[in-house]
Design a protein around this ligand. Structure first.
Ligand SMILES: Nc1ncnc2c1ncn2[C@@H]1O[C@H](COP(=O)(O)OP(=O)(O)OP(=O)(O)O)[C@@H](O)[C@H]1O
Ligand SMILES: [Mg+2]
Length: 365
């Protein structure tokens, strides 16, 4: 786990204290902030480090089979249960189970958790005897569980049992001093792995990266770094390359880039930016003059557009795929936002992403 900002140094200290114990830990933090990294770190520093660390993505398992996945089932307990099956808890025995996206757990499964957290006891689906495991539980969520409790979709008693210790990972924008370190480490990992040479980066490009807000946190920075290096492997990376990669229009960068330069540079930068601004205004004017034409093409404001001849021939699946791809691109594959938008569960969305070959979490913005 990289970082030397104060919050990360403190976090490391807390991890060191909780790791050797068996206490249940709830990790909260925005998407991409490093919850899984912290869970791994706790396991690695615990006396269970030689035993399994099992990650369960509670949002990705279909509701109908979640209990059998977690607790296992007995042969013959339901149609299709042709063998006895070990659940994740049994598989994690002696080690740590990491329940990711715990907020996605269905209410009726939550009840069973109370018992297994309390004393390691549970029953297999279709079983009639109590099983016992020795498992350390770490849970994570980027949802506000208190809010879910208000909406009656998360049990309050489970919440209090999970959060014996609550570790909150601050978003990357609140620990900007870590950005450079992370960026450099991602470059060195990526260039080594792919035998690419890194030719360097200009100071203003580095400055911009270090001051950017990174709404998708460390995951976004990592994905960004990898694309940036791949697409600019033959040159020193400059501010234009960075902004292109982040899809930021040039006129937005002015205040961030003038810090830390002498007057001469500052003036040059300002003139440069003004010149760009003028170009942009001319572009906008040009675009405006074409607006009427564009309107007649009937592209709606949201940009989601299926042409008339297509709509006559499109199947429901194709239409659904089109819509999902549109939101996928718009929200950079962020499951939570897209599910919210489409008012469907994360689980259903995972399934559909899979169906249409969309990879979860391109970056989570
Ligand atoms: N402090 C860190 N040092 C090095 N790499 C990190 C750090 N924090 C996060 N990462 C990297 O960033 C990416 C995202 O981290 P992680 O999967 O732990 O985030 P998350 O909080 O679990 O996100 P989500 O809520 O979307 O599941 C991973 O590739 C991880 O290796
Ligand atoms: Mg995660």
């Amino acid at each position: 786990m990289l970082g030397d900002s104060i919050p990360i140094v403190e976090l490391r200290e807390i991890i060191k204290q909780v790791a050797p114990t068996d206490v249940t830990v709830l990790i909260t933090g925005e998407s991409g902030s490093g919850k899984e990294v912290v869970a791994n770190e706790i396991h690695k520093l615990s006396k269970r480090s030689e035993k399994p660390f099992i990650t369960v993505n509670c949002g990705a398992i279909p509701e109908g089979i979640i209990e059998s996945e977690l607790f296992g089932h007995v042969k013959g307990s339901f149609t299709g249960a042709t063998e006895n099956r070990k659940g994740y808890f049994e598989a994690a025995n002696g080690g740590t189970i990491f329940l990711d996206e715990i907020g996605e757990l269905p209410m009726q499964t939550q009840v069973k958790f109370l018992r297994v957290i309390e004393n390691g006891e549970y029953m297999k689906v279709g079983g009639n005897k109590t099983e016992k495991v020795d498992v350390r539980i770490i849970a994570a969520t980027n949802k506000n569980l208190e809010q879910l409790i208000q909406n009656n979709s998360f049990r309050e008693d489970l919440y209090y049992r999970l959060r014996s210790i609550n570790i909150t990972i601050p978003p990357l924008r609140e620990r900007k001093s870590d950005i450079k370190l992370l960026f450099e480490s991602f470059i060195s990992q990526f260039t080594k792995r792919n035998s690419i040479e890194f030719k360097g980066i200009t100071p203003e490009a580095m400055d911009f990266i270090g001051n950017y807000n990174w709404p998708g946190n460390v995951r976004q920075l990592k994905n960004f770094t990898e694309s940036l290096i791949t697409l600019n492997s033959d040159k020193v990376i400059d501010l234009d390359d960075v902004m292109r990669q982040l899809s930021i229009p040039k006129s937005e960068i002015l205040p961030a880039t003038v810090n830390g330069y002498n007057k001469q540079d500052e003036r040059q930068l300002l003139f440069g930016a003004l010149f760009e601004l003028k170009k942009d205004i001319m572009d906008i004017k040009h675009q405006l003059s074409h607006m009427e034409e564009a309107k007649s093409a009937a592209v709606p404001e949201n940009g989601f557009y299926v042409s008339d001849d297509k709509i006559d021939n499109i199947s429901f699946d194709e239409f659904e795929q089109e819509l999902l791809t549109y939101y996928y691109n718009k929200y950079n594959g962020n499951i939570n936002r897209i599910a919210d938008k489409l008012k469907i569960s994360n689980r259903t969305l995972y399934r559909k992403f899979k169906q249409y070959g969309l990879k979860n979490g391109k970056y989570n913005l």
